[in-house]
Design a protein. Sequence first.
Length: 253
Amino acid sequence: MGAGHAHRLYLDARSPVHALPPHCKLVAVFCFVLLVVATPREAVWAFALYAVLLAAVTVLARVSAGHVLKRLLIEVPFVAFALLMPFAAEGPRVTVLGLSLSESGLWGAWNILAKGTLGVAASVLLAATTELRALLLGLERLRMPPLLVQIASFMIRYGDVITDEMRRMRIARLSRGFEARGVRHWGVLAKSAGALFIRSYERGERVHLAMLSRGYTGTLPVLDATPATRTQWAHAAALPGLTLAVCLLGWTL
């Protein structure tokens, strides 16, 4: 229970970004995303500057560009939706490469792609420089409801346990010659899902009893009460501060 759980997005390294307290990074990323969303879509140059700022953070955090680009594939469904907007939206039409496209649809697609990509990239950098355990600690320091923090903590800690249980059940089915090939095998898969639910519920009961026997009273102990220094807050505020300046210029120019 007390051990930290590393995740695939996290990159263990020594950098100024890794050294920042997690709640400082959470606030910085949250403010950055809000300012990016608030930027007018017509200020194309502003989004280019945002990308440069994120690239600078990537270099400072010693995270490879390939790592960030690979994780950006998660937004492919949104990219597909954005690519359909110029064809489906109404309004004045413009001709691009022989295709009649909606002008408002083009701006809408650009708005989704630019802001979505920057937001996902900022989230990837946060995950690459902060362990899951530290993120939960940061949420505690930001006064998030303790019950929500505990739910997230248990979900993270036992997600791998349930996944491993699924893997063992799959191996057991394969060792008995079972392989799902059609609708007629759905019944077996449904029974496997039910068995997985029962096993997970029973394991949760055992874990809860083990926690009660160790003095659990409904709240987890605070892992770290050390406050962030002004210098650390100033370093974390550099990204949203520069983003705010660009956002204001985008509205005034």
